[in-house]
Design a protein around this ligand. Structure first.
Ligand SMILES: [Zn+2]
Length: 319
């Protein structure tokens, strides 16, 4: 295990375009996209859901090798151990403590030891994945600010941890969380949230990433709308800010708002993780009833303005 493995953590509230961003970043030289590693234990090891390559987790050659290298092999017992640790330290309600640096990361308490053990499991996976794929930097699109705070607070991966904070107009996010989406993994509906609940989560997640940046963690923010409108430019700017190497000239996998995507061994994420070949991306506009729109705007307006969204703009429209 090495603690110097460069990691790009893609964060933001769900339905904000984190999977699309991971797929595009994953096409850059040296990148190893892993999907939402936070769900590897329950959805990969336990439920054996399909990898982005289409194979069940247990039969994916990439993840098989990563498990062998990181832990000897994947076992239900190891997954249970990490899930128990997660329940203790990686919780949204612990965010204020984590983000403010109050977490006793280097202390001798039980929680501090749990945090170190929890982050160590991720560090093992990151290092093994980079070795198996012969890549330079891994991408974890786990999204949750609480995990980003754990990785940063534990210190070990901090030196090589970079966070991409993806934001999207909260009215568009709320509209997406209201709509019916089926999980291709098992055909079951994805969770639906009422707009008020989405607004509160949008605020909590985005504020946590703001606090993380103030604690000195490298956090680069991008807007989903900019990625859709100007993919090549947005990716180039992002890569430059993250210090990632870029090929000269045009990005070979991008043609306007179309991307040519290869197979990615992503362990979890939105249905877009299975897309292979030529993929055209555009925002799926879902209407949000006016009363809900007003509520979400009223609850999120300070950050909404900070991120350049207009209070009266159409859902999803960037300023
Ligand atoms: Zn795979």
């Amino acid at each position: 295990m090495t603690e110097a493995q460069p990691v790009i953590f893609v964060g933001g509230l769900g339905r904000s375009g984190t999977t699309l961003l991971e797929r595009l970043l994953g096409e850059l030289p040296g990148a190893v996209p892993l999907g939402e590693v936070v769900h590897l234990w329950a959805r990969g090891v336990h439920a054996d859901e399909p990898c982005g390559c289409g194979e069940p987790f247990s039969r994916c050659p990439f993840w098989g090798k990563v498990g062998d290298l990181a832990f000897g092999r994947w076992t239900a017992g190891e997954a249970d151990r990490v899930l128990r640790l997660r329940a203790g330290v990686d919780r949204t309600r612990r965010l204020p403590l984590l983000a403010l640096g109050g977490f006793p990361a280097f202390g001798r308490g039980r929680r501090a030891a749990e945090l170190r053990a929890y982050v160590s499991a991720y560090a093992s996976i990151y290092a093994a994945a980079a070795e198996v794929a012969d890549g330079d930097w891994v991408i974890d699109s786990s999204k949750h600010a609480s995990l980003a705070c754990c990785l940063a607070a534990a210190g070990g991966t901090r030196a090589r941890l970079r966070v991409v904070h993806v934001v999207r107009d909260p009215r568009a996010v709320a509209a997406s969380w209201r709509s019916d989406v089926t999980r291709p993994e098992d055909g079951r509906p994805m969770a639906r949230w009422a707009p008020g609940r989405t607004a509160v989560h949008w605020l909590a997640q985005n504020l946590a990433f703001e606090l993380l940046r103030r604690r000195g963690v490298p956090v680069v923010r991008i807007r989903y709308e900019d990625l859709l409108l100007r993919p090549a430019e947005t990716l180039r700017e992002l890569a430059a800010e993250l210090g990632l190497p870029l090929p000269p000239g045009a990005l070979p996998f991008l043609d306007g708002r179309e991307a040519l995507l290869g197979v990615a061994h992503t362990v979890s994420g939105n249905p877009m993780r299975f897309a292979v070949g030529r993929v055209r991306f555009s925002e799926r506009r879902v209407a949000l009833p006016p009363a809900h729109r007003l509520l979400v705007t009223a609850l999120t307006w300070p950050l909404l303005l900070r991120y350049g969204y207009r209070p009266a703009a159409r859902a999803g429209a960037a300023a």
